[in-house]
Ligand binder design. Structure first.
Ligand SMILES: CC(C)(COP(=O)(O)OP(=O)(O)OC[C@H]1O[C@@H](n2cnc3c(N)ncnc32)[C@H](O)[C@@H]1OP(=O)(O)O)[C@@H](O)C(=O)NCCC(=O)NCCS
Length: 140
């Protein structure tokens, strides 16, 4: 299947919505959970970032339903998340990515993220769980 062909019974997102997290009351401050909803209200993707702390925010998680991958949902989620982080005062956005995750790395690089010059950190999240640090300065 080509990457721009949606899977059976699935459509791309109709809208992106900011959602309160279930932990809202325990984690005061602006949250940055963005979900992409399809026509029928199903969630077909989400992005979660941390509020700025000392000017830095982390993209904690980003995922798109395999049925609608390659249709621009991930890029939309990332763009909207970066916009919301910029508005919240984030100066630098950071994230960890698996060094073999070419699709995600291509997306991040196209948005301006750069790889940490230190390179891949072996076993960062445990044995075999290598990670690459990427960062993006947000201006103005
Ligand atoms: C990474 C992920 C979020 C991308 O979401 P997506 O909706 O499929 O991505 P988009 O359609 O918005 O594509 C954005 C860019 O990603 C890259 N990309 C996405 N799918 C790709 C593919 N199959 N082949 C090559 N590049 C791809 C391209 O650079 C693409 O830009 P382009 O369309 O201008 O070529 C999605 O593949 C996913 O959920 N993967 C599993 C979870 C994951 O790896 N999350 C990231 C953890 S750090």
């Amino acid at each position: 299947m080509g990457r721009h062909q949606p899977g059976q019974g699935r459509t791309g997102p109709r809208r992106l919505r900011h959602r309160a997290t279930p932990l809202g009351p325990l984690a005061p401050g602006p949250d940055h959970l963005l979900v992409a909803e399809g026509d029928d209200g199903h969630i077909c993707g989400y992005a979660l970032a941390t509020p700025p702390n000392k000017g830095q925010s982390w993209i904690v998680s980003l995922a798109v339903d395999p049925a609608v991958q390659g249709m621009g949902v991930g890029r939309q989620l990332m763009r909207e998340t970066l916009k919301s982080l910029r508005a919240a005062g984030t100066g630098t956005v950071l994230l960890w990515v698996e060094p073999a995750n070419d699709h995600a790395i291509a997306l991040y690089e196209s948005l301006g993220f750069v790889r940490d010059p230190a390179g891949t950190r072996p076993d960062h999240f445990g044995p075999g769980a290598d990670r690459l640090l990427m960062s993006l300065p947000l201006s103005g």
